[in-house]
Design a protein around this ligand. Sequence first.
Ligand SMILES: *Cc1c(COP(=O)(O)O)cnc(C)c1O
Length: 463
Amino acid sequence: MDRDDQVKADPRRELPQIDTLVRILQTEHPDLEVWAIRHAAKEAIAEARKSIEAGKELFDLRKRVEEQGRDLLTPHPRRVVNATGVMVHTNLGRSPLSEAARLAVSEAAIRYTDLEIDLKSGRRGDRLGRVADLLRIASGAESAFAVNNNAAALLLLANTLAAGREVIVSRGELVEIGGSFRVPDILSRSGVILREVGTTNRTHLSDFEQAINSNTGLLLKVHPSNFMQQGYVKEVSLLDLVGLGKKSSVPVVEDLGSGLFTTENEWGLPRETNVSARLRTGVDAICLSGDKLLGGPQSGIILGKTEVVRSLKSNPLARALRLDKLSIAALDATLRDTLCKETAQGPPLWSQLSSRIEDLLKKAQELEELLTGLQIPGLTVQVQKALAPVGGGSVPGFSVESAVVRVKGGPVRAEILVKRLRRCAVPVMARIQENSVLFDVRTLLAGDQEVICQALDSVFSDR
Ligand SMILES: *Cc1c(COP(=O)(O)O)cnc(C)c1O
């Protein structure tokens, strides 16, 4: 009798069956797909069981299933509005593609293509042949190759040129680029022996010279990408390193990170971003990301000497790191745009980098008017100038003048406001400054102003 009572009192027994919960949710939310409800219901019941066992308060089961079901039904990645002003934003997918690249990707995606066939001879073709041609033409390199991303490019270069041997790098250049990429880690996984020289702030050519021995496989220079050193600093120039490499018969590679294929000093960017100028030093190979300053798809571009590229291609790792057909299509289109810069529309990055402050202020005024028109009580909306970084670890310390719309006051705090903006139908990413939310117009794409307006309206709609 007593035992029976206890069994009935076990709250785990009160939990609904999965099928029952699914049926309820289906009736309440006919727009949700069954597979998502079923999965969410299973997880929610398992979690509820755990909370009961831990003596915690039970959450609202139906609400949880609905929320998690909706989450599962939201595609990923999905559109967001980049109002941060950071043009190459790693967390927001780096560079958006050009219209030409979009068309090339969609054609390659849904049709059969000549990816690996030579249509003239009918024989097997080279999937990267045309992209390599375009890369050579755009950069002046002897030879070119492309892999999945720049981390892969560095891995392949180090492994091909120096497996089992020493790679000499300055201690000032053993950088980390966004949590998961550290130069020393990728080098050790590529099977080389890392030989650090110099100090954090100063490395001399003689440091490299003294470290060279019969087991040296490579001299490596790495662009610090997302940080800058100032003050009592010294780095070895690429030109000097190349000279030493020639003298000692050791290949020299530079991981440039990000680079431009166009005329020097365009958009006022630092000279070191110019790919052709780097190659003219006589370096054996350089590597860079396709989705940073180039404005193309994720890819790792390698430019250099013919013998180097030939040995990269014959490394079995090249197959494991190879570029997929959609990225090849996008890279091909991006490079074609780059080759006819004067007439091509190009990726959004081009117009973002070259937009004039007067035009940006005008764009900001338009947005200001839209937002003021919402008539949200207590909200002040104001245009002001600001600085926008390029981002993506491309050109540290370099930023351009931009225009922002500052939104302040209203019924919610800035922290809450940005959080709610992130959860709108089309999420809006903005930044906070002194309890205001700033919308930088430099990175807004077509239609984004209206989305910001709708988002702000919906955030305050319960006013
Ligand atoms: C960004 C960067 C990388 C990593 O490139 P991914 O294309 O993200 O793999 C490597 N090295 C440098 C110097 C970089 O700036």
